[in-house]
Write a protein that binds this ligand. Sequence first.
Ligand code: ADP
Ligand code: MG
Length: 378
Amino acid sequence: MKLDAKALRYMSSEDFRVLTSVEMGSKNHEVVPTSLIAQIAQLRHGGSHKIVGELAKRKLIARVQNAKYDGYRLTYGGYDYLALKTFSKRGSVYSVGNQIGVGKESDIYIVANEDDEQLVLKLQRLGRVSFRTIKSKRDYLQKRKSASWMYMSRLAAMKEFAFMKVLYENGFPVPEPIDLSRHCVVMELIDAFPLRQVDEVANPAQLYSDLMDLIVKLAQHGLIHGDFNEFNILIKDTGKPILIDFPQMVSTSHANAEYYFNRDVECIRVFFKRRFGYESLLYPKFTKHIEKEFDLDIQVAASGFTKKHQEELDEYREALGENEGEEDSDVEADDDTEDEEEGSETDSNRKEMTEEEKAEERLRNLRLGNDLSDDEEH
Ligand code: ADP
Ligand code: MG
């Protein structure tokens, strides 16, 4: 999925208003009825109808013919657009540069902010694997109404941002988290190569012990990285390791904590043996006795990434585990895509409202006027 940064420049405020309306409508509708888009956008004389067609042509939304009605869903392109627009308004992203990574579940770009500082933009792409397959196997969607690609990608980004922030603030060697919107995180660009690309290091024993110390220090703070491997460790010129990639982190109080901890340790042992011919008898073991300094897990929850969010992600990953290898882009959108969950602010005299807030207000007024109450979430 290519990020179309150019689309950012060529969009009128009315286009943006209609796109935001589709996002709002997606909260309660897998497929947003064309009439609802028009109602939320409230453009004069069916103005939204034409714009909807144009947005679809630009692949920011996609037409879906439903058994009951016709409508549209947001595409990844549209969701990317909305996140970029938010970043650009906040000044955290001004321009988008080269793609530097494609993961199974993410795309990574170099971007620059208004001060021309280079940063990294990470876009979560959890819907790359079919939700339809998951659903058919486990009745997944019946249990989790909110298992859409948009929602799951947003949860993954929220989780990554929350963990990065707590780790960064507690002095761990991780990139500085800069901004979060929807399924996207903006972070510091680390000038370094992944360990995977490093053929030689001055002192393998030192690096090995630095990395094992890092695993232990995380555990002492109640955390396990869960994917502590040569792709997620960046090595600076100085030899100093920086840890990245946090959507799969687990708490040391997790039922399988020992398994994840040992797997992280084993990854490093195996890699050091293979790449540097380095082996050590010393390696940390997970015990209940790992002296806990304090629990960062609690701070993460306080940041807005709650237990409920964690459970939703876990369930998704569990369901996914049974479907590995079956990939297609057969994704569906359903509910809950909002970014900031702000309180009710119907007072339009307050400071400038964002397009999302305006659309929310229109939606709220709509609900008060017409009876849309059965469309309520949950
Ligand atoms: P994924 O979830 O797809 O594995 P990662 O966060 O591990 O995504 O990033 C993928 C790759 O992108 C990394 O291996 C690294 O090369 C590069 N990368 C990611 N974040 C940064 C960063 N902050 N600074 C420099 N390179 C990065
Ligand atoms: Mg990674």
